[in-house]
Ligand binder design. Sequence first.
Ligand SMILES: *Cc1c(COP(=O)(O)O)cnc(C)c1O
Length: 370
Amino acid sequence: MSDRRVPFLDLRPADSPDLDATLTAIRRVLERGWLILGPEVEAFEREFAEVSGVAHAVGVGNGTDALFLLLTALGIGRGDEVITTPVSAAFTALAIVMTGARPVFADVDPGRLTIDPAAVAAAIGPRTAAILPVHLYGQPADMLPLAAIAERHNLALIEDCCQAHLATCGGQPVGTFGAGGAFSFYPTKNLGAAGDAGAVCTGDAALAERVRRLRHGGQAARFEHQLAGVNSRLDEVQAAILRLRLPALRDATDRRRALAARYRTALAATSVAVPPERDPGHVYHLFPVRLAERDRLRAHLDAAGIETLIHYPTPLPEQPTFAEQDPASCPTANIVCAEVLSLPLHPRLPDRAVTTVANAVRSFPDRSPG
Ligand SMILES: *Cc1c(COP(=O)(O)O)cnc(C)c1O
């Protein structure tokens, strides 16, 4: 039990019906005795593809594996470079490393905070095989110019949709602009399992089939390993829990948008900058604000009982594991990572919590220059 006035997130069951329904779903799977790659996974794949506006979904172990499997199924690996954003969960770039390819970081757009198409164009070299934008915080990346660049240079386009369930860009579902999209159902994501889970979405039936084989040891048929696959299967219990939670995703997304609008109004005349909504298809996985004195603001909110997090404190080119990779210079990313602070925003957050947070922000003695 958190004693915070406003905890960042609370993943305990909302009420007993929610817990009872989850236990009933788990019991159904256990009583059936079919625990891996069975009817729940098949049904979830169909249902998730349908709500996401994509032709095919393939359930896998987690979002990182979803990225890795998509890249691998496209033949991307050793000797290749994949251009991605310096502001993301490190798992985005680690998935590239898992394939044997090298991540190349292209700076972010200072307003949208997603990868800047002009920086992507400038980063293309003879080894570039793919572009991997991230729909950061739930805001779609600038997909039309990115798709045009990918097309012009004959590069694969893979979308990291791990924070962007049901998001659209210019009305078009994320994950449909290029080869496919990778989704995570990590418990804190907009659609979360009770453990690790993920999915690959694609409009390409042959690509979906390759991912299906790769996730299961590369088998074309039982005991016939055609590809050097891995073990990254979505299990039946997690699929059953995801199926139970999926019908509420649309309303939960609307609630996130309503809370974000409320925050925008409440924070309008305060010292913090609120990154603009560049597309109404934004699904508000997170709600970051920006301030040069971010760390002092965070301590001030903490003292008021308001829990915040930083997404992300370190630009990826500065992470030790990517340090030897000759990172492109990403000055905007450095500023963004020093200034962003994620405020509490989740579907169960009451309206009054937004007022509490905004009042605490307003009482912050800002001493930033300007
Ligand atoms: C969560 C996340 C991942 C990794 O997903 P996992 O399911 O934790 O492996 C990758 N990219 C982004 C942007 C994420 O938010």
